[in-house]
Design a binder for this molecule. Structure first.
Ligand code: BDP
Length: 646
């Protein structure tokens, strides 16, 4: 099988000596055997702190150690003269240090000291892969793990993937879909040995496997006629199941659960709440130090706007805030970044600021479900960084990154030779890993790192590529749904424009456009009251139509078309302008790409050219449908006189 080595393709290191023992030191030795060497006068040593005496830089390393230690995954890099040492407390730390060295060695000139520790203890990728090999919301081929009801026999590609994830600092993976159906339920019974095989590969790279489980597994597997979390038979069932799972995979990270959401079973059927459900599993996992990631993507709205609570954006907060404090210590609530569903632009979920007692994970989406499906280029680094740095109070309070215990992203990987379908979408995987380690990392620098490690190109070509990619999320936002309104996608596939596709759906997403205006009134004064879920002064800012940030205006407010935005334009003119602009930007991206395309390897060149050409057609479709729709409704022409109809 041939597949793209991604950003690990070209790197080189000088000779390295390892002063460490254990499984992960073995992994580093194996890595070094695969890595090309450069002749260099620098002597590099990798050592665990216990063997610090074996490097001449011991005193410098000791001086650099933080008072509270390096932790399980941190490391120190010191260079003095022609000596360079990477030191860590553990093999995992050392592996991260090794990849740091690999990434930056060429740039490591002169004396320096660096201390690195990850911002979050859990940095996870979640695959929505089914046992038959299909991938829900997957745009890069079939599953790399699962095929025809089993885990694949040849794990070479899985090993390469584990290596990729470790190289950007990730440490947890969920190989199966949160939508666990009957077949996947067998991963915790008949197919446990398969899970053990996967876990063994990831373990070599310091990555823990977590499993998505079905809340009604005792019923699905035919053992009980109930899944009531308070029924002692159900408690015993899960405890025995956890015992079997941990016999097979002693270092399993834990379970991930989607319950009472989109037809997945949950505790509500028995009149129990989410804390009852989560604690049932948490108690089964506690003896093994396993964790339950309990997802907050729960909504059950039947659109009726006379009922103020029938706003899907409100749902997660309304369900979970009253339960805050009732969850066991090993429950992590997993919260999507926005209150709706991974739109290209939406508000930051108020749960991320308001959960006080329960640790939570921020859930992002690397797979581009609503952001172009890896047909369109949409580099999400800037968006993720904005979310991570979001001030949860609006008054210099803690950021999302300050408050989050763990980060999760839905993976964008499949068995496509280049992993992500669109070669440039690899950058999202890379940036996710790096932001999960350091949420203050600069997304443009990450693109440079990724491109330098991925392509054999000169600096000017790399800068050109980075410039083409860096603003692509904003470009995507411009030619799709305007001003935070969201969900103008084709129902089902979620690809391509369908302005009214979800407008009258029971699951609750509206733009409310009519001949006078557009937008969703989520204010306390006259709308669904969603703005009231935020603390002050943030709540007040969103509530006030004049203070609300432009890019979220239609997410929070219903306004007339001639409402003037903070940027000085009317809402309608802004819609026209951004849609023309977004299309023009894609056109310019394509022109710039074509000028450098021949400097890339043929497979990358052809893949990227074809995707960008497709994107231009998609952007045109979006531009024309959205602009035409609003022109027909409002009857107001474009002030710049551009042609709106195709
Ligand atoms: C939605 C997807 C759906 C997922 C769901 C989830 O459309 O396929 O199952 O999220 O997160 O965005 O559970």
């Amino acid at each position: 099988m041939t597949f793209d080595p991604c950003w690990l393709s070209g790197q080189r290191l000088p000779e390295v000596t390892i002063h460490a023992s254990g499984a992960l030191a073995q992994t580093i030795r194996a890595e070094l055997r695969q890595t090309r060497r450069v002749r260099h006068d620098v002597e590099v040593a990798l050592c665990t702190l216990g063997r610090l005496g074996e490097t001449p830089l011991a005193a410098w390393v000791e001086q650099a150690l933080p008072v509270d230690g390096l932790g399980d995954e941190g490391f120190v890099v010191v260079r003095r003269g022609n000596q360079l040492a990477v030191a860590a407390e553990t093999g995992r730390g050392l592996l991260h240090g090794y990849f740091y060295l690999l990434r930056y060695f060429e740039w490591m000139t002169g004396d320096f000291t660096v201390v690195e520790r990850p911002a979050f203890p859990v940095r996870m990728l979640a695959h929505w892969d089914d046992l038959d090999g299909s991938v829900e919301r997957g745009y890069a081929g079939r599953s790399i793990f699962l095929r025809d009801g089993r885990v694949v026999q040849d794990l070479a590609r899985v090993r390469a993937y584990a290596r990729l994830l470790a190289s950007v600092g990730l440490n947890a993976v969920v190989p199966n879909n949160v939508n666990v159906h009957a077949a996947e339920t067998r991963l915790i019974t008949d197919h446990l040995s398969d899970v053990a095989r996967l876990a063994a590969v990831f373990r070599e790279y310091g990555i823990a496997v977590h499993l998505a489980v079905n809340f009604a597994a005792p019923i699905e597997l035919g053992d009980l006629d109930t899944a009531d979390p308070l029924d002692p038979r159900v408690v015993r069932w899960w405890s025995a199941a956890a015992g079997r799972v941990y016999d097979a995979v002693p270092d399993l990270g834990g379970f991930v659960v989607k319950a009472d959401s989109e037809n997945r079973p949950g505790p509500a059927a028995y009149g129990r709440h989410h804390a009852d459900g989560a604690n049932l599993l948490a108690r089964a996992l506690a003896p093994y130090r396993g964790t339950v990631h309990w997802r907050c993507f729960v909504y059950d709205v039947q659109q009726d706007w006379r009922d103020r609570t029938a706003d899907r954006a409100r749902a997660a907060y309304d369900y979970f805030i009253p339960l805050d404090g009732l969850f066991d210590d090993n429950v992590v609530l997993q919260v999507k970044h926005g209150p709706l569903d991974f739109q290209a632009r939406e508000a930051v979920s108020p749960l991320l600021g308001e959960l006080q007692e329960t640790p939570f994970a921020l859930e992002l989406q690397a797979t581009q479900q609503y952001t172009g499906q890896q047909k369109d280029l949409c580099y999400l680094g800037p968006w993720w960084r904005e979310i991570l740095q979001f001030d949860t109070t609006g008054a210099g309070g803690p950021t999302v990154a300050d408050r989050t215990e763990a980060v999760v992203a839905v993976a964008n990987v499949g068995d496509d030779p280049n992993w992500t379908g669109h070669k440039l979408a690899q950058s999202n995987l890379y940036a996710y890993g790096r932001l999960a380690w350091d949420p203050a990392a600069d997304p443009v620098s990450l693109l440079h790192e990724w491109a330098a490690a991925t392509f054999a190109i000169d600096d000017r070509t790399r800068t050109e590529l980075v410039e083409i990619m860096a603003g692509s999320w904003r470009t995507y936002e411009r030619y799709t749904a305007p001003l935070g309104v969201g969900f103008m996608v084709t129902p089902g596939t979620h690809h391509g424009p369908s302005v009214n596709g979800s407008e009258y759906s029971a699951s609750g997403t509206y733009h409310f456009a009519d001949r006078y205006g557009v937008g969703v009134d989520r204010t306390v004064a006259t709308g669904s009251g969603f703005t009231g879920q935020y603390p002050e002064p943030l709540a007040g800012r969103y509530e006030n139509v004049c203070a609300c940030p432009d890019e979220l205006l239609l997410f929070f407010h219903h306004v007339p078309y001639d409402h003037v935005l903070q940027n000085g334009r009317t809402v309608l003119q802004h819609i026209y302008d951004t849609h023309f602009q977004g299309y023009d930007e894609v056109e310019a991206m394509l022109v710039r790409w074509k000028a450098i395309a021949d400097r890339f390897d043929p497979a990358s060149r052809d893949n990227i050219t074809a995707r960008l050409e497709g994107q231009l057609a998609n952007a045109r479709e979006w531009r024309d449908q959205v602009n035409t729709y609003f022109y027909r409704l409002s009857g107001v022409p474009d002030a710049a006189g551009r042609t709106i109809y195709r």
